[in-house]
Design a protein around this ligand. Sequence first.
Ligand code: FMN
Length: 434
Amino acid sequence: MADLTATIAGIVSPNPFWLASAPPTNTYGQVARAFDHGWGGAVWKTIGQPIVNVYSRYGGLDSGTQKLIGLNNIELITDRSVEENIKEMALVKKRYPKHTLIASLMVETNREAWHEIVKRTQGETGCDGFELNFGCPHGMVERGMGAAVGQVPEYCQQITEWVKEVATIPVIVKLTPNVADIVYPARAAKRANADAVSLINTINSIIGIDLDAMATVPNVNGKGSHGGYCGPAVKPIALNMISAISTDAEAGSLPISGIGGVSTWRDAAEFIALGCDNVQVCTAVMHYGFRIVEDMIDGLSNWMDDKGYKTLADFKGKAAPTITKWENLNLNHFTRASIDHDKCIGCELCYIACEDGAHQALKLVQKNGRRLVEVKEDMCVGCNLCSLVCPVPDCITMKHIENGAPDVSWKQFQSGKGALAERPSHYQPVDDAE
Ligand SMILES: Cc1cc2nc3c(=O)[nH]c(=O)nc-3n(C[C@H](O)[C@H](O)[C@H](O)COP(=O)(O)O)c2cc1C
């Protein structure tokens, strides 16, 4: 059976699944329960100077029947005292010595304040590492913390250096995605000798407007504020930022803890294939509870067995080199849609999407008393849209065209000839000159 042991910056966990710093890691009771269910590690809810949180904090984005494809929050760091948190963290570490416990920190931009919290936390909790929260995009920013630090590489570097002056355990810098280019704060972390980076924290967002209240969701007594967005919908953004760091000449050697929309073992495998050493999960646990980790462990382990991967290192970063600049893509590689009429249910969603939204490469034909969608081979540019909208698995697949270029009348289409001839006459452009 595959060995799921995960190591990041020298910190060893029984598996790569950590809870991200968030409400699921607020208390001893929660983290203990999570470890009992199999989570390999937990980043404690960020501790720092005491704050007061607002009532009404979360907003959700649903898609059809799928709840919470995105989650928005205006919650700040823990509103429990440093003493209380440190006491409970120490109890967790004592009871679960083989599980990973990371202390997430955020204090004002002041060397003494950082030295004090670092020394105290490592001295009293027995935690395995620190995560510096330079990512919280709301509330704390107005106090000059969170993303206010993460958005300025010089501040990232400065505070990380202060922490490294006194830390005796590994330091992970948690990055904000609310920047033009994530590589710059990652490089700053590297220059400050951070042991690893983690990303992404939440994305600036307003999740929606309540049209009766004429106020944001959520709102606090009629007034709202932008919040932090996370959940399955942010996974593509996280993957892109991770890829940017893992392939960067300067920051690329930093170990990466991947965060953002991880909900299944497959998501985790994708993050690791792009170069992450482990993953952190928040929204999926807030939605479905701690037990999802049981499926994650089984799924990842079975998949690794199937593929012959014995350890995470066997596939870590394997997909990273396949990501390149657009200009390096092969312009002589052609694919074309292929429709399996035995599987087709005749909904014609593919036809509508292609006709109105893409390249007019599908046609409706009558065959043996059945209306069918067929591919116009000379018009298909292999864009994938038909297969993406098709509700039936494997009904539309994209086939590689072995013998070079298809009969590309789409090139004629681009030059204004050819394709228009296939339109019914009332779709033909009227030439005033005629
Ligand atoms: C309600 C809520 C509170 C959060 N609090 C913190 C926090 O205190 N510290 C922190 O570093 N990240 C915090 N996060 C961000 C998460 O740790 C994580 O980076 C983000 O949610 C993306 O992961 P996900 O898509 O799995 O939710 C919070 C997220 C949510 C939803």
